[in-house]
Ligand binder design. Structure first.
Ligand SMILES: C[S@@+](CC[C@H](N)C(=O)[O-])C[C@H]1O[C@@H](n2cnc3c(N)ncnc32)[C@H](O)[C@@H]1O
Length: 197
């Protein structure tokens, strides 16, 4: 039971998954709004979010564009349903397209997106370089990758310190990689941003 609950953030499922989604909405709000505010999304950008959860950041990103499209990939059907409900108007108007999928094997052609971002999700990629290599493949040359994670010293997060994620991006072929730190000391987050050459 405990292991099942611990596994939920990696793939929220069923009624418990919906409750986990509700909690994520509260705790991850800042991470989602902040990450989208860092991205240079234009009215015509083609953007992909990996592991969109309840779709908070998708809604923010969709508000920034008129003619572009924000795509989302999620492992969890439960989260997909919640995010679809939240973004139903943008889905109707064609600005948002959400689908099930796995970062390890993205269902998109090479060089397709201007921006690919992911928030609180890299922890579940095994190995993380496989997901990052897939992101590199679907990004256009000079496209932007942004990976947001918690900057904490708890056991779960120690593996994901900013310099480690920066090195993972570099070894997956990205350049210009920089670390931006969130401004709230009570909620330590960072975003590793880089480009495809
Ligand atoms: C901790 S939640 C974060 C959700 C949202 N990004 C946020 O910050 O509120 C991680 C999400 O990533 C999804 N996920 C985990 N591994 C994934 C993978 N390999 N490919 C796509 N989505 C994945 C999970 O189903 C879950 O909804």
């Amino acid at each position: 039971m405990i292991n099942g609950l611990r596994a939920q953030p990696g793939k929220p499922t069923g009624i418990v998954g919906r409750i986990v989604g509700y909690i994520m909405d509260i705790y991850n709000q800042e991470d989602n709004h902040w990450t989208v505010s860092l991205l240079d999304i234009s009215e015509t950008s083609k953007v992909l979010e990996i592991g969109f959860g309840t779709g908070l950041a998708i809604a923010d990103a969709a508000n920034k564009m008129k003619y572009g499209c924000i795509y989302g990939i999620e492992l969890s059907e439960t989260m997909q349903k919640v995010a679809q409900k939240r973004n139903r108007n943008a889905i109707k108007s064609g600005r948002v397209k959400l689908q099930m999928g796995d970062v390890m094997s993205l269902p998109f052609e090479d060089n397709y997106f201007d921006i690919v971002y992911s928030i609180n999700c890299i922890y579940f990629w095994e190995p993380p370089t496989q997901g990052l290599t897939e992101i590199h493949r679907v990004l256009k040359p000079e496209g932007t990758v942004a990976i947001t994670a918690r900057n904490k010293n708890d056991e779960v997060y120690l593996r994901w310190k900013p310099n480690t994620v920066r090195d993972l991006l570099l070894s997956s072929g990205f350049i210009n990689v920089k670390i931006l730190e969130g401004l709230n000391p009570k909620h330590p987050i960072y975003c590793a941003i880089g480009n495809k050459p």
